[in-house]
Every structure is written in structure tokens, then in C-alpha cells.
Design a protein. Structure first.
Length: 115
């Protein structure tokens, strides 16, 4: 199983970024995929999740109406579109899935929101 994030970077407050998470090695279309983030000195927190068929999503209250999680099952990729970014969104963002009682995390991609 491979989980590889990309798309992070430095952006000004109010800007946008789109993160991508490319996966392989399992039946992607059946798997719920999630984005987590961890800021320095803070615990890792769930940002957004999407079910295998993409019919259901959920978001942390802090990102609702600003972030959108989507997936392309043909490309085995999940995305996180982040708009209206704030300094408090600065964190390492991780892609995550759980398969057969095992947790799979990507290496993370850094998002920094600063002027």
C-alpha cells in the first residue's frame, strides 16, 4: 500500500491550495479516505473524510465551507481543495486510510499560510 501526498506550499492568507493524495495497492473505490493535519505542538486532527463511493463527506467545523474533499476513483486519488486559507490552517497535512484493521498514512505535505 502506498499513500503519497502532494500540493502543499506557502500561500498568503485568503489564498487557495489543492492537495492531492495518490494511492495504490488496495481497492481504492471501496475505501473511506481522510485528510488529517498536525500543527506544531498540537495533536493530529481530522480535517475531512469521504466514503468510497464519494457519496458522503464530513468536515471539521473549522474548515466547513472553506475546504472540499473529493475523489477520483479512476485515478485512485483523493483531493482537498482549500480556499480562504488562514494562518491557523498552517500544518502538515496527511492522507489516511484504514484497511483490514491497519492504518496507512502518507508522509505528509506542509501547508504554510503566511503573509
Amino acid at each position: 500500500v502506498q499513500v503519497v501526498e502532494s500540493g502543499g506550499g506557502l500561500v498568503q492568507p485568503g489564498g487557495s491550495l489543492r492537495l492531492s493524495c495518490a494511492v495504490s495497492g488496495f481497492t481504492f473505490s471501496r475505501s473511506t479516505m481522510s485528510w488529517y493535519r498536525q500543527a506544531p505542538g498540537k495533536e493530529r486532527e481530522l480535517v475531512a473524510a469521504i466514503t468510497g463511493a464519494g457519496g458522503r463527506t464530513n468536515y471539521a467545523d473549522s474548515v466547513k465551507r472553506r475546504f472540499t474533499i473529493t475523489r477520483d476513483n479512476a485515478k485512485t486519488t483523493v483531493y482537498l481543495q482549500m480556499n480562504s486559507l488562514r494562518p491557523e490552517d498552517t500544518a502538515m497535512y496527511y492522507c489516511y486510510t484504514r484497511l483490514a484493521f491497519l492504518d496507512y498514512w502518507g508522509q505528509g505535505t506542509q501547508v504554510t499560510v503566511s503573509s
